[in-house]
Design a binder for this molecule. Structure first.
Ligand code: SAH
Length: 346
């Protein structure tokens, strides 16, 4: 018989309270169970030790807890950890813990696969299977927080939505997950420590600004010339740079928060003076900083990391124009955990 049990974590606190009242219990029981589900991250109803056995059985009869399961965990020589996470329907996504001297960052997935088709990204080769639910995103963070405490003796400090998927194509669930992550009833993390990274969906960037979100925004730019960007990120033909620019101006006007541009420089693709000039011009539209990311090769040889000279040319030009630029070294490459390498290989 097919199960008709509902995912209990799809219920709001209010709905859970109402449920208990309808069952002839106290609304307060809903608060207790809610606490177990979120801040205590219970995996089973039996974990809920201050709830009577009878009530736990009643919950068991009506609901399921679709907790993720860390299927395999790989540790890199540089301390990076990659989790292959199994979802309740058997699909798998990956999340990564990146430790540095000052912080531990969780890089989490928002979709199973991705519907965008960035030519340089391993995840793009996986078809988009489905969006992750808020609890599945939340659970990835909890799992990484536990690993951070266990292997690095400190709690998680930052979260980046730079794993598999395009977060703004799963907007509602990502927002609900962030609500839980930042709520005192969840993990109580500051939204200032969260970055949502997008390939740039202008309509959704504006929506985020309207929704007055408090986290930070990163945009995977990679080129500020339409033809070049479309050749490596084909969806740019639907969301051209002029629309992206307009949405970022809107974002800044509303939030007053700087944008981070992520940028990889490739040999013969975006390493010319024209490319640099275009980026400098784009960076003047709204206050921003640029993260130059090292390219992580994905099997074929189509894309190659540009020379140090090309990177220096970028850095010099940006700094001359007083634009903050950082160069980010890749982490966890030996376990395919670096940016753009997440492809469920193990
Ligand atoms: N869809 C979102 C988040 C996932 S990608 C986005 O596009 O921002 C996270 C970051 O990794 C993006 O900046 C992306 O451009 C970058 N990336 C993808 N493939 C990469 C690769 N092979 N090497 C280095 N960075 C890569």
């Amino acid at each position: 018989m097919a199960t008709t049990k509902k995912d209990i974590r799809a219920l709001t606190k209010e709905q859970l309270r109402d449920f208990f009242v309808k069952e002839g219990d106290k609304a307060f029981r809903g608060n207790q169970v809610y606490e177990w589900l979120w801040s205590k991250s219970a995996h089973t109803f039996d974990d809920m030790t201050n709830i009577s056995k009878q009530t736990r059985q009643m919950l068991e009869d009506n609901f399921v807890i679709n907790h993720i399961k860390v299927d395999t965990m790989q540790r890199s020589s540089d301390g990076t950890i990659k989790n292959a996470v199994k979802l309740h329907d058997g699909l798998v996504v990956e999340s990564v813990l990146i430790p540095t001297e000052t912080r531990t960052t969780a890089c989490v997935s928002s979709q199973v696969g991705c519907s965008l088709d960035c030519k340089f990204c391993a995840t793009a080769r996986l078809k988009r299977m489905r969006n992750l639910n808020p609890d599945e995103i939340y659970d990835q963070v909890v799992a990484i927080d536990n690993e951070s405490r266990l292997y690095h003796n400190r709690p998680l400090s930052n979260i980046v939505f730079m794993g598999m998927g395009e977060p703004l194509m799963n907007y509602n669930n990502v927002m609900k997950a962030i609500d839980k992550i930042t709520s005192p009833e969840g993990l109580g993390m500051s939204p200032k420590r969260i970055v949502v990274s997008t390939s740039g969906v202008p309509k959704m960037i504006k929506k985020m600004a309207d929704d007055e979100v408090k986290f930070n925004l990163a945009v995977s730019l990679h080129s500020a010339i339409d033809e070049v960007r479309t050749s490596i990120m084909p969806f740019n033909s639907t969301f051209p740079l002029v629309d992206l620019k307009e949405s970022l101006e809107y974002w800044y006007a509303k939030t007053k928060r700087k944008i981070t541009y992520e940028y990889v420089v490739w040999n013969g693709i975006n390493d010319s003076k024209k490319d640099i000039d275009a980026l400098v011009k784009f960076c003047k539209y709204v206050p921003c900083k640029v993260n130059i990311i090292e390219y992580n090769p994905i099997d074929d040889g189509e894309f190659q990391q540009a020379t140090n000279q090309a990177l220096d040319n970028y850095i010099i030009a940006l700094e001359r124009n007083r634009i903050v630029v950082n160069v980010r070294r890749s982490r966890g490459k030996d376990i395919d955990a670096a940016c753009g390498q997440l492809a469920n290989k193990s």
